[in-house]
Design a protein. Structure first.
Length: 427
């Protein structure tokens, strides 16, 4: 049987692309090789969002070439075709992101598919790279926004929503296969259906609108944890909070606010109404007190003054967000923000990032401390390590305890906390 090696880099959206490619490979009878030596060729799914990711991807391609010699490149770095060719002229083929047909065409050209593959080699849920108990559910591709610091739309294109019936069928197959947590991802989750004008689709023989609210409601009926990522704060988000309060989907929102200064938000081409955001956060928490909000911010954006950075810190203290990440502005090649006047020196960018994270560390520590003495339902990732409703895999904290079996739920009494994690015991 022809064997294909696979390297998957980047974000959860790229991970889903990898899963789709692996699913198609298995459907056609290819076998996944565990190492370079045993592979007839290697596919490298790359990331190209920031400079560090570009370097990592180029390094992975180089390693695969050195140890195998036959490499197909796909993913976001494939958008920078000339850069890849210049660094590694011997790669067999280069395709862009979410291009499974292009990858398979390249595979067929260099490693012909087996004769009459058995279709039952592929499970209904496809091939997954995540543990058996959770999976990412990608609902759309691309983004209609043109944030000046981001080049993702130029690589992945405008918003293209998947048919809601197709999304729900995939979700159901995952649940039937034993998945207990669905992590909903896209570039702009709350814009789901905008591109198709919220047209009516069909699921289970019944009409269903292609929109964010209806999707959340339908997923909430599957009886598993549903976690929302990359949620842009449109008004429609307000309609989903009651579903969280009722326990239909997890009380968790991943919203990339990016900044709080109206002028900087305008330069970023983001919504410029921080005071309205604070008011909405208050209303969300009033409706659903258990709500966890995670976000990301950029420090040292071109033109950012000390006063505007202080505005950001003031917003942080007022918003009391649970989980926060901060990036020092990175001048990504091709981003419009690089052309803005008043670039912030590297050292000052890093210093502001440090100050930001020091403030947030105190907030996170206090919010975790407030959970001491409570009972928390966790999903166990490994014996002794679980995640509560407030914890997404790999990006948030964890709950430490003794015992537990991977893939099962457990009730944990919280006994202490630190800056990032909770510690307790099985109830």
């Amino acid at each position: 049987m022809p064997k294909v090696g696979f390297v998957s880099l980047g974000c959860p959206k790229a991970l889903v692309d990898s899963e789709r490619i692996l699913t198609q490979l298995r459907a056609e009878g290819y076998v996944t090789a565990p190492d370079y030596a045993g592979a007839d060729l290697v596919i490298v799914n790359t990331c190209g969002f920031i400079d560090a990711a570009v370097e990592e991807s180029l390094g992975a391609i180089g390693e695969a070439l050195a140890q195998n010699g036959k490499v197909i490149v796909t993913g976001c770095l494939g958008f920078k075709h000339d850069l890849v060719r210049k660094a590694h002229p011997s790669v067999l083929s280069i395709t862009g992101p979410h291009d499974t047909p292009g990858v398979m065409k390249a595979v067929h050209a260099h490693l012909p598919k087996p004769h009459d593959p058995f279709t039952d080699l592929v499970p209904p849920q496809g091939i997954k790279l995540t543990p058996n108990h959770y999976a990412y559910l990608k609902i759309s591709e691309g983004c209609n926004h043109r944030c000046t610091f981001c080049i993702i739309p130029s690589m992945r294109g405008d918003l293209v929503s998947r048919p809601i019936g197709e999304v729900m069928l995939e979700a159901e197959n995952l649940v039937k296969a034993g998945v207990k947590e669905l992590l909903v991802i896209s570039q702009d989750t709350s814009a789901y259906g905008v591109d198709v004008r919220y047209r009516t689709g069909f699921h289970g023989g019944k009409p269903i609108k292609t929109n964010f609210q209806q999707l959340c409601k339908s997923l909430g009926e599957l009886g598993v944890w549903v976690r929302l990522h990359y949620v842009y704060p449109y008004p429609s988000v307000d309609d989903v909070i009651p579903l969280m309060a009722d326990g239909k989907i997890l009380p968790y929102l991943d919203i990339p606010f990016q900044h709080a200064s109206p002028r900087i938000l305008k330069l970023m081409k983001r919504p410029a109404a921080a005071e309205k955001v604070l008011a909405r956060i208050r209303e969300w928490r009033k409706t659903c007190p258990e709500l966890t909000i995670r976000s990301t911010f950029i420090a040292g954006f071109p033109g950012e003054t000390e006063k505007e950075f202080e505005e950001l810190l003031a917003f942080l203290k007022e918003a009391q967000l649970d989980r926060v990440g901060c990036f020092a502005y990175s001048p990504v090649d091709g981003a419009k923000a690089n052309e803005l006047p008043g670039p912030v020196p590297d050292e000052l960018r890093e210093e502001r990032k440090k100050r930001f994270m020091e403030v947030q560390a105190g907030i996170s520590k206090a919010r975790l401390k407030a959970k001491v003495g409570t009972m928390q339902k966790v999903i166990v990732d490994a014996p002794g390590i679980g995640r509560s409703t407030a914890d997404a895999p790999e990006i948030d904290g964890v709950v430490h305890f003794k015992g537990g079996k991977a893939g099962e739920f457990a009730e944990i009494r919280i006994e202490r906390s630190d800056e990032h994690d909770l510690h307790g015991r099985l109830a």
